[in-house]
Design a protein around this ligand. Structure first.
Ligand SMILES: NC(=O)C1=CN([C@@H]2O[C@H](COP(=O)(O)OP(=O)(O)OC[C@H]3O[C@@H](n4cnc5c(N)ncnc54)[C@H](O)[C@@H]3O)[C@@H](O)[C@H]2O)C=CC1
Ligand SMILES: O=C(O)C(=O)COP(=O)(O)O
Length: 399
């Protein structure tokens, strides 16, 4: 019996996919859960769906005794301990492109608004002042946009910015194919000291923590603008606050924060609140009708293909095996420690129970191997128990 638990207001398109696939036990929550409620909710879940707010760490994985797969209904997967999930035979899926464009459009819009000082001007008119002036207002055309993290979102931002006449440079830890006239800056420092607008599109995690700290900010051009719609941990907020107060930067836009409010009634705790040259948004970079509906469908379809057929293609942490139609009368999914002879031992156990292997696919990733076996014959409790009892077995399911 599959029990699907979906948190954080995942779009109804996901539940629809599960229902069409014949799943009826779908529990939805409109927000993230408190720690205790989360531990309770995962205790009998077979599939867990989350977005960026829910942290699935070792304790959550330990509490989730029946969990078979996790769906991140977003791009980032830094909120899940994906390595620990792998060791427990739990694949993690995400939607790597579905909200890319939504973030890219927001970032270009914010760059243009900040170059024209619109947040301050908007506030002044609302307050009853008519400060008609060109002072400090610039066109985007001809300005340099520096993109840190030239992946799916970063490169889309670059394409949109070039269409607005901007010159685009980027910095990435990997070699990347430049789109249009974009060029690698050569180093983070070279990017920072030539860009009028700097935008961050790196993943979260320890390797990107505080990339933008006081030193990096000091290298940025006087009067330049910083935009962060990646993860809150990437920017040292106190250092940014100082740089803005000192007028070293002319503005900033932040969609993500080191500590984000748990729900709609909790205020953001940030020294940047109240600064009129700073756009603050509640982590909505990827929140558009189009993206959420697509994400719901995309991730749910991946989870259904895994639950039904063991397909792991597109998983961010697991040996990948594409969907294949079942070739025998039953399919056995086996995750094991990647040790010599595991496949042979598995096959012998199946043969000893009279099962004929019709098709078998093995993929390994680091310490873990994953085998899909299609067999002819009766897959009873005895063979499943024997397979589970093998010393190298991590988990074994029949689908
Ligand atoms: N604000 C929001 O609502 C959203 C935020 N995001 C965030 O944006 C991030 C980026 O998304 P994508 O572009 O789809 O990911 P991606 O994986 O396509 O691109 C990330 C790029 O960053 C590069 N990178 C990694 N560490 C780096 C470092 N230290 N310095 C420079 N480059 C580095 C990688 O090589 C890669 O090219 C996601 O991981 C997620 O955290 C994604 C979607 C929505
Ligand atoms: O896709 C991502 O990585 C995001 O940050 C979007 O997160 P969300 O689904 O809005 O909680």
């Amino acid at each position: 019996m599959t029990r699907i638990v979906l948190l954080e207001n995942i779009h109804p398109s996901a539940s629809e996919v599960f229902r069409v696939a014949g799943e009826s036990e779908i529990i939805t929550h409109s927000s993230a859960l408190s720690r205790d409620a989360l531990l309770e909710a995962v205790s009998d879940a077979t599939i867990l769906g989350i977005r960026s707010r829910t942290h699935v760490d070792l304790a959550v994985l330990q509490a989730a005794k029946s969990l078979r797969a996790i769906g991140c209904f977003c791009i980032g997967t830094n909120q899940v301990d994906v390595d620990e999930a792998l060791l427990r035979g739990i694949p993690v899926f995400n939607a790597p492109f579905s909200n890319t464009r939504s973030v890219a459009e927001l970032v270009l819009g914010e760059a243009i608004l900040l170059l024209r000082r619109i947040p301050e001007k908007n506030a002044r008119v609302h307050q009853g002042f008519w400060d008609k002036t060109a002072e400090g207002a610039f066109e985007a055309r001809g300005k340099t946009l520096g993109i840190i993290g030239y992946g799916n979102i970063g490169s889309q931002v670059g394409t949109l910015a070039e269409a607005a006449g901007m010159r685009v440079v980027f910095h990435d830890v990997e070699a990347k194919l430049p789109l249009g006239n974009a060029r690698p800056a050569g180093s983070l420092k070279k990017l920072l000291n030539q860009s009028d607008v700097v935008t961050l599109h790196v993943p979260g995690g320890s390797s990107t923590k505080n990339i933008i700290d006081a030193k990096a900010l000091s290298v940025m051009k006087p009067g330049s603008i910083l935009i962060n719609a990646s993860r809150g941990t990437v920017v040292d907020i106190d250092a940014l606050h100082e740089a803005l107060k000192a007028d070293h930067l002319s503005g900033a836009a932040l969609d993500v924060f080191p500590a984000e409010p748990k729900g709609r009634d909790e205020p953001l705790d940030s020294p940047l609140r109240g600064m009129q040259n700073v756009i603050l948004t509640p982590h909505i970079g990827g929140s558009t009708q189009e993206s959420q509906e697509n994400i719901g469908r995309e991730v749910a379809e991946k989870l259904v293909q895994f639950a039904r057929a063991g397909a792991t293609k597109g998983s961010v942490n697991f040996p990948e095996i594409s969907y294949r139609p079942p070739a025998g009368s039953a399919r056995i999914l086996h995750t094991h420690k990647n040790v010599p002879g595991a496949l042979g031992s598995l096959s012998n156990v199946m043969a000893s129970h009279g099962l004929n292997i019709v098709s078998q696919h093995l993929q390994t990733m680091g310490q873990i191997g994953y085998v899909i076996s299609d067999v002819e014959g009766e897959v009873g409790a005895a063979v499943m128990d024997d397979l589970k009892a093998q010393p190298f077995t991590v988990r074994c399911d029949r689908v």
